[in-house]
Design a protein around this ligand. Structure first.
Ligand SMILES: C[S@@+](CC[C@H](N)C(=O)[O-])C[C@H]1O[C@@H](n2cnc3c(N)ncnc32)[C@H](O)[C@@H]1O
Length: 247
């Protein structure tokens, strides 16, 4: 069961009763969350690039993919995009043609229709491929990713997309200068990402803090999270493994 919900910026999201969770932070707003937490940090980091390979985990309503295209058109950026996005829920993707998106996506109606019907879209500057199935399998087939939008449901309900093993596959799929953006800030998740090899940073683009991660240390306007210090200060926090062992 899925229920339509209006968020605080006027854009619609869904509530999933399977996961008992909204697809977006309703207080921030669906399109605002997508732009501020994912698209803007990632595209500003890669502002010199002319072509970007983006992994959008997971497609859901497609806000992160659509907001990326919206932002590029709105700012007249000359960037070619290759977007790869897994999604388990085929019925949801099939229904997106009818979904009431915000006015910012009015120019993207043809793209939405095509994605909903064919699970892909291609033109001169845009190549979008959805994969209907488990993200864990799909990510093993990817390489040369510049940007990862890590936007799964939360750890308590979507654990397979926050584990060390999962982030190791993400790490392998990423280029040396890739950026990972996520709303998640819990120490357990940051420990998982770090265990997989990522350096962890924190930014606060709107009211809430969020995490961005890289393969290497950065000289950027963001707070570096010293994971060794975190471990010393928080003896209970642990990285998350697929099969948890307790001792
Ligand atoms: C928080 S929502 C994604 C929100 C999305 N970025 C948007 O703009 O709507 C999480 C999505 O992940 C999908 N999902 C959860 N586990 C998955 C998995 N293992 N593989 C692929 N998709 C998964 C869910 O069906 C849901 O659509």
């Amino acid at each position: 069961m899925i229920e339509l919900v209006k968020t605080s910026d006027g854009s619609n999201t869904l509530f999933s009763s399977k996961y008992n969770q909204h697809f977006h932070d309703t207080k921030t707003g669906a399109i605002k969350e997508s732009l501020t937490k994912h698209v803007i940090p990632a595209l500003q980091y890669h502002k010199q690039s002319k072509e970007l390979n983006i992994l959008d985990i997971c497609f859901g309503l497609g806000y992160n993919t659509l907001s990326t295209i919206y932002y590029i058109l709105e700012n007249n950026l000359d960037i070619k995009l290759n977007i790869y996005s897994p999604e388990l829920d085929l019925n949801l993707v099939n229904s997106l043609e009818e979904f009431e998106y915000p006015k910012e996506f009015d120019n993207l109606k043809e793209i939405i229709k095509e994605i909903s019907k064919n699970k892909s879209y291609k033109d001169k500057n845009l190549n979008i491929k959805l994969f209907i199935g488990d993200a864990r399998e799909y990510i093993k087939s990817l390489k040369n990713i510049d940007i990862v939008y890590q936007d799964a449901f939360s750890l308590d309900v979507n654990k397979e997309l926050w584990s060390v093993e999962y982030f190791k596959d993400i790490y392998k799929a990423c280029k040396e200068d890739a950026i990972v953006t996520t709303y998640a800030v819990s120490t357990n998740i940051r420990l998982s990402m770090n265990e997989a090899g990522f350096e962890i940073y924190e930014i606060k683009p709107v009211k809430k803090k969020q995490t961005i991660a890289f393969k290497n240390k950065q000289n950027i306007d963001a707070k570096y999270i010293d994971i060794e210090l975190k471990k010393q200060r928080n003896k209970i926090a642990r990285p998350i493994y697929d099969k948890q062992t307790f001792n």
